[in-house]
Design a protein around this ligand. Sequence first.
Ligand code: ACO
Length: 322
Amino acid sequence: MKNRKILGSGYAVGKEIVSNEDFEKILDTSDEWISSRTGIKTRRVSPDENSSDLGYRAALMAIEEANISKEDIDLIIVATITPDNITPSCASLIQDKLGLNEQTIMAFDMSAACTGFVYALQTASYMLSDYKCALVIGVDVNSKLMDYTDRNTSILFGDGAGAVIMKQENCNNVMYHYANSTGDHEGFLQGSGLVLPKPLQNGSREVGFLKQNGSEVFRFAVKALEEAVIEVLKKAGKDLDEIDYIIPHQANIRIIRNVAKRMKLSDDKFYTNLDKYGNTSGGSIPIALAEAMKENIIKPGMKIIMVGFGGGFTYAASYIEL
Ligand code: ACO
């Protein structure tokens, strides 16, 4: 994809900090176990803001950084597995919060779990042949899906949103994409949705918690991240040493270190902030991008790869020139 440019990024995280020590009080676990097995020290939980609220805050920051008028936006894609509602979509709710009701805008949500943001970014970059300015958001309030008696899963996740503004511009910047999905036939990572009712019967139909087989997800993740990076590099015709930073899905530091080792890369090539925020699913990669840009670690002119994996099993990588 030629002439695609990310003009600004933003992020917002849940306001409440939950530490590993907080989990020691409710689960048979320890800071030592969680830190050494995952790299996570704290995560943010959002008791009073839903996905559209966090997405809206991230969007405002991205719009300001991009230095555009919000009325320029004609496409909103939100990647989430924890929307406020089945309908309206988070994208429509964020359009409303931005006061863009009178604009001609295509707004919709996408579901690809932790790969969601990369899928959404790729979709937007293709759609920018017909649209001018995309607001792409990844957001999840994972606490809505957590079973806080499940020490395998609940310690991993946090709540947050990241956003970018992407435009078609006359520039030399290019993007290349790779995406894949396996179908997760064995059901290693599942969060059930609406349950089929018995005909004409009312009554409570609970939405299930997120459940996973951690070690199977771990094994898949390492292979998927490596494959996606290799494949997107082939498409871009680049070597690994031409890449300034890789922004991986922030799930577990051991997954990222494993990938670095397999690819003979220094750990420093990977930007990580999962120690602070844990796994924010759809929010993870755009939060990392936005934070790294605010900290001036990732800068305009750099070549980066964003790479994610998640439920489905989906995985994807994008090569981007900032
Ligand atoms: N505290 C203490 N002990 C624990 C905890 C905990 N929080 N969680 C699990 N354990 C125990 C297990 O019960 C097990 O005990 P046992 O040997 O007595 O049975 C032992 O620790 C080892 O368990 P493993 O599952 O082998 O531990 P592992 O090193 O694989 O770490 C983890 C588990 C952290 C879940 C890891 O497998 C992982 O991160 N997997 C990837 C998960 C992931 O990223 N999921 C999100 C995908 S993205 C998306 O789309 C949502």
